[in-house]
Design a binder for this molecule. Sequence first.
Ligand code: SF4
Length: 1537
Amino acid sequence: MEGPSAPSIASAGEAVARIAYASSDVVVSVQPSLATDSEFAPFLRSLSASKKAGVVAKQPEILPVRYNADPLLSVFQPIRSGKLVSVTASSPILVKSIPHLYKLAQYPVVIHVSVQPSGFPDYSDITSIRQSGFTFIQSETLQEAQDLAITAHALAIKSGKGVIHFFDSESIAMSKVIPAESEELLRSVLDLGAVKAFQSTPSGESSLYADDGRVAHLSLARSQANATTVGEPTGRVSPATDGKTLTLPDRSSARESTEGSSRRESSTTSAKSSSAGTSVESLEHKQISSDEIFQFATAIWNTISTSTGRLYTPFEYTGPDTAEAALLLFGADTALFAQEIDSVASTTQYAGAGIITVRLYRPWLGRVMVESLPKSLKRIAVLEQVRRKTTKWGPLLLDLLMSLKTGGHNPTTVVGHQLGYISQSTVGQALRGVFQNLLSDSPIQNLQIGKLDGPQDRPRPAKLEQPAIENPYVKMLQQVFDQRLLVANQLGKSHAGISQEISSGPEYGFGSLLARKEHRKRFIEEVQAAAKSRDFITDSPQQWLSRWALVADDEEKAGALATEVISRLSNDGSSVASQLLSSKGLFYKESPWLIGSDAWAYDLGNSGVHHVLASGENVNMLIIDSQPYSERAAADAARRKKDIGLYAMNFGNAYVASVAVYGSYTQVLEAMIEADKFDGPSVIIAYLPYEKENDSAITVLQETKKAIDSGYWPLYRWNPRGDEKGEPNFQLDSERIKKELEEFLRRDNYLSQLMKRHPDFSANLSASYGSEVRQLQKRKAKDAYSKLLDGLAGDPMTVLFASDNGNAENLAKRLARRGKARGLKTLVMAMDDYPLEDLASEQNVVILTSTAGQGEFPQNGRTFWETVRDSTDIDLATVKFSIFALGDSHYWPRKEDKIYYNKPGKDLHSRFVTLGGKPLTECGLGDDQDPDAYQTGYAEWEPQLWQALGVDKVEGLPDEPPPITNEDIKIESNYLRGTIAEGLKDTSTGAISAADQQLTKFHGTYMQDDRDLRDERKAQGLEPAYSFMIRCRLAGGVATPKQWLQMDEISTKLGNETMKLTTRQTFQFHGIVKGKLRPAMQAINRALMTTIAACGDVNRNVMCSSLPQQSVYHSEVHAVSQKISDHLLPSTTAYHEIWLKDEETKEKTQVAGNAIVDHEPLYGPTYLPRKFKITIAIPPHNDTDVYAHDIGLIAIKGSDGHLVGFNLLAGGGMGVTHNNKKTYPRTGSMLGYVPKETVHIACEKVMLVQRDHGDRKNRKHARLKYTMDDMGVDVFKGKVEELWDDKFQEPRPFKFDSNIDTFGWQKDEHGNNHFTFFIENGRIEDTADFPMKTGLIEIAKVHKGEFRLTGNQHLILSSVADADLPTMKELMAKYKLDNTNFSALRLSSSACVAFPTCGLAMAESERYLPELITKLEGVIEETGLRQDSIVMRMTGCPNGCARPWLAEVAFVGKAFGAYNMYLGGGYHGHRLNKLYRSSIKEEEILEIMKPLLKRYAIERNEGERFGDFCIRIGMIKPTTEGKTFHEDTAEVESDEE
Ligand code: SF4
């Protein structure tokens, strides 16, 4: 590390962090909070980020831990598993960690401690733990901090015992910069043999509940014996071997020039003594003695001295050999004292005094100390900077006295002083004071020197704060218990005279709850007495008080009376009334809670949880666990808080729940209510995983889901008295580990034993289960293949693929088939399913990989690639290989991003070459931009492969069957039956077959998998978390309140507790697992809705403007939407058979076989080539985006105010494929006017022309929009009219003025009221901040009108009579549903679902758009645009579900975190936008949007819309029709290469 470019080190934090990193497997970085760095943290992070190798570990792990989260607990798991652990921390954690310190002292852990508070540290943090068994080393300068940090690690490794290295960073900060440490020196000092020995022998201890009995002994240190020589601690030091003067570094150098002064070192073993080394073998299994520590330290310091010339000793005396007086300094700035003593005239009292400093504080080597002192010393003043005194005499004073006594040195006087703050300007005065006292005849002990309260400008220590991210649980408690909530240990609450640290602790909180309970008891007595007294002025209080006193213990009744009682008392005015009112909170039966972090409960024998449980008191505890899920966390038994749950259940008397607010909001609510009701202790362990306090909600959500899904954090509730009420005691609310936990509970009496044996019970089981099974599966699959191949002749060819969308997989399978036909023994599998240990023994390996994201491997090839990339011991010398890559050379159009093109394939090719593999061909490159897309490159590559394998000239190859298409699937399905019914019964998988996945779309359901969980599940060898999305068919988006409640119930009971209101005005449910699919379908049908043809190649849900202002007119138009919807419904009976027939009655079905032949008069057996969408807009509102659908109907009002007919647009559509210019969005073309009576027939005929003329070969070209453009609008119209036998009339005039919703209250023509709620992106869910779902349930329960879903994903509470308004308004206010006070930008925004459920999503959308808008709202406010609506839309892929191409500004997902940006759409959805920038990330989006919005605010014309403005100022060209969408884009694509 040292060398010309070696960095210079400027702070103790940096010096120490570097050594800790180099010398550890794991560095526990204790930080004020996860968002606030310690003085060590930035250096650790940057070392880790640079992937720098350490001396002990290749890639040391940094583990950040909050300082108040019991940080030293994190040391146990890694160190017990054979990892060398160090800790960087500040001193206040030490005293709180005493129980851990005693145990950790027996491990080779190093704790680097910066003594606090900075500027005036209190060394009592060190002296209080001096008996903990650790070795203590102190540094006073920057160079020492580096050298002694090295010493600390070397000593820990040698002795096997813990070392605490402490220093005052602030005084060290005065030191000059030093060069970085020498790696060579580190290597020579650290006993790497001992390191290996330690790493290979995990200790196996696991219990934290009792002393684990571990004792460090020398077997750990065995290997050091050979490297280290051990001498007797005889005292005297030989000078450094090079004979140079020893120098005190930096500021004390002034001392050395003083004539006659010398430095005396306590002891050493010189290089000479090495031959006399004692073999450590003889010490083996003996506990470490202080002498041995001394010997090790001395040897280490000798090595350092040899290499650097700097010699260290346990104690150091500087000053004249003849000095009669000396100072023993501890915690003081030695250099400050030294300079002062050296600089004064010889007549000064303290001139010529010696200074003794302590470097090895523990073990205290008294004899060594004494021998380091000149015999001339008569008086010693001990100066200790120890503020919190626990003994009468200073600890150093006692140490010294004892040493002098036993060491036979007897200075006449030793005087202790308590040292306060001394600065350069006061040091002289302080020394005068000390020496006057020291030299006096009767010196005073414990004299205070300097300012005991420290420097004036001392920075305040950081305030304890509950991280904001943890607020959801507290908010929920507030929502649920409102006035009744009593959080005993709430931060920020004032507790007279009690520090926050204490008052926020569990013990204090518990105590105060008990006191509060007593208080209430007395209060009830007071009330009873008052009720009988005659002290009130008015009459009513007495009566109310006695009524209240009777029900005081019933929380509901007492609460219900409380308000009345309080109001009577308030009106009374008597002193007894005011007396009672002074405790008015006690009229409510409070719900008493203690809230804490998991730190309370780590060591159960010693914790708040245990105390509360043991007390049996009716107290509720909410323990928040913030440890993110990871394999490490899962493996860390000690950190698994669900053990608290098991512990509490085992205790027997407590209600226990394990919950996660980002997992199931409903379950948290239930648990809180049940805990409150439970008479006895309740423990809710609540999950909220985060790395940093400013982690985004998406991250927390994803972590939570992984933890629940993997079984690491099961959701459950346990009520030990459930059976008394005939309810189960245990309720599991999540899926995984169900069996284990159930079994566990069944064997009730095994609970405690199992806890003892496996405190890491389920997580470990499930974690190891995963990886083992995965290995086994790989092996099995490969072996099965090999078996199949046995007996076949020909060379082997192993074909591996990594594929996201199936292309690479299909190609690979076809290649394998073709290889087989050529006589090769072929095996084909996904890269990640292949057992890598076999790779080196393959003969021919062929890999096909597509390209994901920014040049990444697809999901099922990542692990393979990472292992091949990182491994150094794979030898491919005998392996021949060929790679074919699939990608898109224009996907990342910027020149600098060209490297992403086919990166995985290219990288793999060169890595294989590096590992010695022999390429059979060049790396093949398939490019989506080629005329035949990737097939062009493939057609060149495959023949080369056959040639290289010598099988190119094989004759008589069989014909290959054509690939199966969607059209084949439809034909074969027997009118959409397929094997859906059988698939539903198969419980061995959560999935259904690929063909059925196409068919179920026609039934309104898609199979999806939770993409947040894909990686984790894959790592565990599990199939993806499959579930289904169900979409309802709801013409015009109108639902009754009853239907709303039914829908809500389906989402809660069968889905993922949320509903999505879609851009096509219907309900969508997510997360419905296969087993719940039929019940969900039946429930939807019971609600008189259906899902048939909600998806699939048929006419979908028919939309209709929601028009709250004109309800009569709306109902006329809505009736037409319903009519069209019914008219175009498929006729197949398969839907009814599969989903609705009752299994119970065993009603005969025709599902199996072809017993019934359905008939589809409109669709025929192959249905439509692609999906078909119809919408109706009622001018002037284009809220359904009439131009974006296959058919858009514009309602025309007659002169009588009633509907007369429609202008019919056809050929609109949104779906596009990135970089495929043959695909484009299109706005509908006007075909003409149709009267309302025949409009459904006109729609039918348009659909039939598309049925017969749409492209059935290429699904990317199958929508009506392409048919129309290919045919020409007039020809198309002609065909429709021909089939219809009627004509379109001239279109009637109409005018649109916007495509967004109008929020808030509006009145219709009958005086009824309508309120449009702002439902961000259509997601109906409860959060701690906004219990919207619950609120809507309450509203639906009393609502007499209807609900209308809008095409912008919002919701209208329709037709509220004036009489019902107050109730509605009250409910809306209660649930914050009346808030529409958002920026107009937010109100006009819309996003599709995308992650985690949409399988096509390339980037986040619904979860991200709100965040992006928040980031833009600053500029919006600044520029006065808050009320100006700008239509902004986002989708996760170019499929266009939120109709992005009609927005004024749109973002369409391109890869994770990257979006294409479009500008210039028409405000009322009439003009398509155009590509402005491609693949930009948030930073660039903000860089473009912020100045653009400012410009718009300043430069726009009166009434000018944002999209129009962008065109006028030349930012973007207008898109005049779909076909020109790709022309004149703002970004010129690079045509390099
Ligand atoms: S636009 Fe794409 S990402 Fe968004 S929901 Fe539709 S298919 Fe999924």
